[in-house]
Design a binder for this molecule. Structure first.
Ligand SMILES: Cc1cc2nc3c(=O)[nH]c(=O)nc-3n(C[C@H](O)[C@H](O)[C@H](O)COP(=O)(O)OP(=O)(O)OC[C@H]3O[C@@H](n4cnc5c(N)ncnc54)[C@H](O)[C@@H]3O)c2cc1C
Length: 389
């Protein structure tokens, strides 16, 4: 693994910082308060081809990899620009499954549009199957050359605005499936569709992005809407879920860096007992400690991205990177709130918002416990800590 960034990667980092300079914390504070999508920032990312980073050149994209994507997300977040969240929803939920498992027709239909900013979403989580994905109940039944789909999904980010939904269903109910991992099928669904309705869920943070309950009632899709193999979609889904962890880890490294930079700056300037508060060990050491953790998390995240791009096994690193990045970012955001004292509670200083935002990383796309359970069970060979049947 080469630690030197390529010219292309440096350019992505520079452009990310330029965009983040234009759409910084004040912009996102306003969007959060108004519950409004950051359209101007999204349009700027599209104009700069950020939405095409993971799209192959043959389909009008930039043909880059996870490393470049991770750098973009990290750099944007490092300067308080939340749009790395939008980028991931588009690239990981939209581009990744089509690029990896799409037919030629599906690639031609979707990839150029996704590169140009068509929005996507992924409907996996259900009210009764959160961490236990194999419990998916949404059912797709074959009728002639169509599938009829019914079910309910929960916490689906951008379902209210996406034009493409990666929909995870069962084509064989779990109790009838040969193996617990068989019977899952993935569909590419064009939205809007009158059979798919959503309700935005009022939530704790990140209200510049709506997360929805989704109701699917007799949705009819042609059989060529299946992406990957019928009944064997579980393996395709994992090829989306592991990149999702790399995206989460990159967001964590960036968000932690951003909060910490605010804390460092404040600790140098704030003077209450005659010295800058950054000279007190109670302030200085937690900042240095959180900084150290972020550096380690970033290295692991880059390693995961590197392995992903080489097509090597990286499940272990993806989960470990997401876990340590969440831990580092949580530490950094809390340290920032503490450093700001009472001002850390004031919305205009931003750090309270980042503290709220970082909580999501502990819960989604996979919870901290499940990251560790996966490592324990699948990497370290420890006995199962949870039942999957
Ligand atoms: C803002 C937001 C956006 C989201 N966006 C999307 C999206 O776009 N698409 C999508 O499909 N989903 C999305 N999600 C859903 C998210 O991925 C799930 O919330 C997450 O996977 C956890 O599932 P759950 O909430 O049902 O928790 P549960 O699975 O019910 O878990 C509850 C608690 O029990 C713990 N637990 C469960 N099983 C075990 C075990 N065996 N061992 C130890 N601990 C265990 C969990 O770690 C957790 O702490 C989003 C969620 C949020 C909050």
């Amino acid at each position: 693994m080469d630690f030197e960034e390529t010219e292309e990667q440096k350019m992505i980092a520079d452009t990310s910082r330029e965009i983040a300079g234009e759409f910084g914390p004040d912009y996102w504070l306003e969007k959060e308060e108004e519950g409004e999508f950051g359209q101007e920032c999204w349009d700027t990312l599209v104009k700069n081809n950020f939405t095409g980073i993971l799209v192959p050149e043959d389909y009008e994209g930039e043909g880059m990899g996870m490393l470049e994507f991770s750098i973009a997300v990290d750099e944007l977040a490092s300067m308080g620009c939340a749009a790395g969240w939008y980028l991931g929803i588009n690239a990981i939920f939209g581009v990744t499954p089509v690029k990896k498992f799409g037919t030629e027709e599906q690639k031609e239909k979707y990839l150029p549009k996704l590169a140009k900013g068509m929005e996507a979403c992924m409907a996996l989580t259900e009210p009764d199957s959160g961490s236990n994905t194999l419990n998916t109940k949404t059912l797709a039944v074959k009728e002639g050359d169509e599938y009829v789909i019914n079910g309910q999904k929960m916490f689906i980010s951008h379902a209210d605005r996406a034009n493409l939904m990666l929909l995870i269903t069962r084509t064989t109910p779990r109790e009838k499936a040969e193996r617990k991992t068989s019977g899952i099928t993935l569909f590419l669904v064009d939205l809007p569709d009158k059979s798919v309705t959503c309700e935005s869920i009022p939530k704790h943070a990140m209200n510049y992005s709506h997360t929805c309950s989704v109701f699917i009632d007799d949705l009819r899709v042609p059989e060529d809407a299946v992406v990957g193999e019928v009944d064997e979609g579980w393996w395709a889904a994992t090829e989306v879920l592991n990149p999702e962890r790399m995206w989460g880890a990159s967001l964590g490294c960036g968000l932690g860096t951003c909060a910490l930079n605010y804390a460092i700056d404040y600790a140098k300037k704030r003077n209450v007992f005659g010295d800058p508060i950054g000279s007190y060990q109670g302030i200085q050491l937690p900042i240095a400690n959180a900084w150290t953790k972020i550096q380690a998390a970033r290295l692991l995240t880059r390693k995961g991205a590197y392995l992903h791009d080489k097509g090597e096994f990286y499940l272990d690193v993806a989960n470990a990177a997401k876990h340590v990045a969440t831990d580092a970012a949580t530490d950094a955001c809390w340290t920032a709130v503490q450093t700001f004292g009472g001002y850390g509670f004031a919305k205009e200083q931003h750090v309270e918002r980042w503290w709220r935002e970082v909580q999501l990383m502990r819960l989604a796309p996979i919870t901290g416990q499940l990251e560790l359970a996966l490592i324990g069970q699948h990497i370290l060979g420890l006995p199962k800590s949870f039942r999957t049947v």
